[in-house]
Design a protein around this ligand. Structure first.
Ligand code: FMN
Length: 177
């Protein structure tokens, strides 16, 4: 079993999936991790739509430039902000981000690949119509999930030194890497 830190550091966006299905047990574990994210006042402003129906996946693929990823995925999770549960838009959106990161990390632990799709928000109205989202629900992201095709995946990040200051802005944090 990997540690949380290993999962965070080794997670990569996975955009190619095998034909293997994702089990309902794994989907439930993912949803459990999503709902245990922190939220302001513990208001849990999220709603999740699990999409496994092939026709619905095909329809959703029409809503994004990343249609190939959507078509290859075995399950999609559309993540919504439920405005009825909202108490502060920015904080609630951040809580949704935490919930999505939990989804991505749960996938690592389960040997699944996933990618956070944000570009699809450009076509949020179309997605909402396909998923019959109620008026007061705001689409935040769609997560594509499947068993990863084995291949090396690389990514990069800015260094800690570029991103971090000590005590106040301007005085660089002297750390390694
Ligand atoms: C808010 C957000 C939106 C994203 N939207 C897309 C997307 O529409 N399509 C895509 O292929 N990847 C998308 N990604 C994944 C990023 O491209 C990816 O996380 C980034 O390049 C770093 O790569 P890594 O996740 O492998 O470390 C998105 C990530 C975030 C956090």
């Amino acid at each position: 079993m990997s540690t949380t830190i290993e999962a965070i550091l080794n997670r990569r966006s996975v955009r190619e999936y095998t034909d293997e299905p994702v089990s309902e047990k794994d989907i439930n574990t993912i949803l459990d991790c999503a709902r245990w994210a922190p939220s302001g006042l513990n208001n849990q402003p999220w709603k999740f739509i699990v999409v496994r129906d092939e026709d619905t996946i095909k329809n959703l693929a029409q809503c994004t430039h990343y249609s190939t990823i959507v078509l290859r995925s075995k399950v999609l999770i559309a993540v919504y902000l439920d405005n009825e549960e909202m108490y502060h838009h920015d904080k609630d959106v951040m809580a949704i981000g935490a919930s999505i990161q939990n989804i991505l990390l749960a996938c690592v632990e389960l040997g699944l690949g996933s990618v956070w799709l944000g570009e699809i928000l450009k076509q949020a109205d179309m997605v909402n119509s396909i998923l019959e989202a109620p008026e007061n629900h705001e689409l935040m992201a769609v997560i594509a999930i499947g068993k990863p095709v084995e291949k090396e995946r690389t990514s990069s990040r800015k260094s800690i030194a570029e991103l971090t200051f000590e005590n106040k802005f301007g005085k660089k944090w002297i750390g390694s890497n």
